[in-house]
Write a protein that binds this ligand. Structure first.
Ligand code: UDX
Length: 462
């Protein structure tokens, strides 16, 4: 059992802290936001992440929450930096929070061997930079007693619990003394028989994670290269989807056929509204910026970004093709979170849809199963109305855009919903309607040229 402190209680920090408590460690979670700490001390999670509340409750006796560095750092064997690195206007990440965390940590190191772990996705070279900040701020007699490690996370929001308990790989970059401690920290995960009690059963095909031990810089690079590759896969699928529409092919069948090639695989080839979230946009831009700093162009990544932004335009174009003038029209937007099973709104396609539709004079009625309360704060500057249910959003609408593939939207009776609309125009930007031909509506999906609707019983047709 080790003493661990996790600085930052956002999605990454909370997931990491609670997972490490589940592994049996004594964990202190630290955040400068006193409101979050108050909530956590009351046993409430400040974010929505399926299963994490259960794991928090089960491990409450191994978790402490505080805003006080002086009590959280000196006793810690391992200190994680999991603070935010939001994008600056020029695309580079803002490292102000990382710097502040590093300074506070440095001021409270105790002179015994302590390992400081960069878990936030940080630009290549940040590990060395953090080492220098700490070196400058600590007593020279403590030098060589602390070690900076890069241990990038690969958690997906929405499935963070099982991703953290059953990872594909654990990437560790740094000095050998520090890496030994990191192996001790993750020993239960590396051990074949670890099974989390009560939740997130181990996937049948799961074995042990690969442990990749490397240098600080290579570990930092692995995170970026992995995220950029996934972003690239999605943009590739979206680019192919556009051609499918034109030649009369069906993207679902195309990627299914392509994905059976073991070298390619089926995952992250779902065409749709493009990627969103806190990682892909930020990380691909940051990698391009790093390339520029070294005088090195990265045209593949630039193309992936351009395709992703074009994809949002394509969705709106599909709407305008049928609705023509948007002024005074009532458009329902189903799904606000950047993907299902999270309330995270960062870089969500729905944001752009709502913003642009209202700019064009449409009235937007939005719904999301979990993200509406968060949107009330974070999107307060957008003018849209909230609907208590998908049905309520769609009723009397002139058109609907499905922007997040929540399973509750897949399960809707779309034919009945179409009947309740003023004009049944459905832009299914996530291909959730499995049998569009049975729905009496004008339906647009991504990457499919749909035959003409059966018969549109109400209002205008295309
Ligand atoms: C991602 C990485 O998966 C994770 O390893 C990393 O640590 C952080 O970034 P996350 O942003 O939580 O995780 O979401 P993810 O499930 O990867 O989805 C990202 C975006 O891609 C979403 O907007 C999703 O809708 C979109 N997506 C995903 C597609 O459009 N098509 C797909 O086939 C898969």
């Amino acid at each position: 059992m080790l003493n661990v402190t996790v600085v930052g209680t956002g999605y990454v920090g909370l997931g990491t802290a609670i997972m490490l408590a589940q592994l049996g460690h004594q964990v202190t979670g630290l955040d400068v936001d006193a409101r979050k700490i108050d909530q956590l001390n009351l046993g409430h999670l400040p974010i929505y992440e399926p299963g994490l509340d259960v794991m928090l409750a089960e491990n409450a006796e191994r978790l402490t929450w505080t805003s006080d560095y002086t009590s959280a750092i000196p006793h810690a064997d391992v200190i994680f930096i999991c603070v935010g690195t939001p994008s600056l206007p020029d695309g580079r990440p803002n490292l102000g929070y990382v710097e502040s965390a590093a300074r506070h940590i440095a001021a409270n190191l105790n002179g015994k061997v302590q390992v400081i772990v960069n878990k936030s996705t940080v630009p290549i070279g940040t590990g060395d930079w953090v080492t220098r900040i700490i070196e400058d701020a600590t007593d020279p007699q403590h030098h060589n007693r602390y070690f900076v490690v890069s241990n990038p996370e690969f958690l997906r929001e929405g499935t963070a619990v099982s991703d953290s308990l059953y990872p594909d790989r654990i990437v560790l970059g740094g000095d050998s003394v520090a890496l030994q401690r990191m192996r001790d920290l993750y020993a239960p995960l590396i051990h074949q028989n670890f099974t989390a009690p009560g939740h997130s059963p181990r996937p049948a095909e799961y074995t042990v994670p690969a442990v990749v031990e490397t240098t600080l810089t290579s570990a930092e690079m692995i995170k970026y290269a992995a995220n950029a590759f996934l972003a690239l896969k999605i943009s590739y699928a979206n680019e192919i989807a556009g051609l499918c529409e034109r030649v009369g092919a069906n993207i679902d069948e195309v990627v299914s056929g392509v994905g059976f090639d073991g070298r390619i695989g089926h995952r992250f080839l779902a065409a749709g509204a493009g990627w969103g979230g806190s990682c892909f946009g930020k990380d691909t831009s940051a990698l391009i910026t790093t390339g520029q700093e070294y005088g090195y162009d990265m045209p593949i990544l630039q193309a992936a970004i351009d395709i992703n932004s074009r994809q949002r335009d394509i969705v709106l174009e599909k709407l305008r093709k049928h609705l023509r003038l948007l002024k005074g029209k009532r458009v329902a937007v189903l799904g606000m979170a950047f993907k299902p099973n999270t309330d995270d709104l960062r870089d969500a396609p729905a944001h752009d849809f709502i913003q642009r539709l209202t700019q064009l004079g449409a009235t937007v009625i939005a719904h999301d199963p979990v993200a509406m309360p968060r949107a009330r704060h974070e999107w307060a500057y957008l003018s849209y109305q909230e609907a208590p249910s998908a049905h309520a959003a769609v009723r009397q609408a002139d058109a609907v855009i499905i922007s997040t593939e929540w399973s509750e939207y897949r399960a809707l009776d779309w034919d009945a919903l179409a009947l309740s609309m003023r004009t049944p125009i459905i832009i299914d930007a996530r291909n959730v309607i499995s049998d569009p031909l049975t729905v009496h509506a004008t339906i647009e999906q991504i990457g499919k040229e749909l035959p003409k609707p059966l018969a549109v019983s109400l209002g205008v047709t295309a």
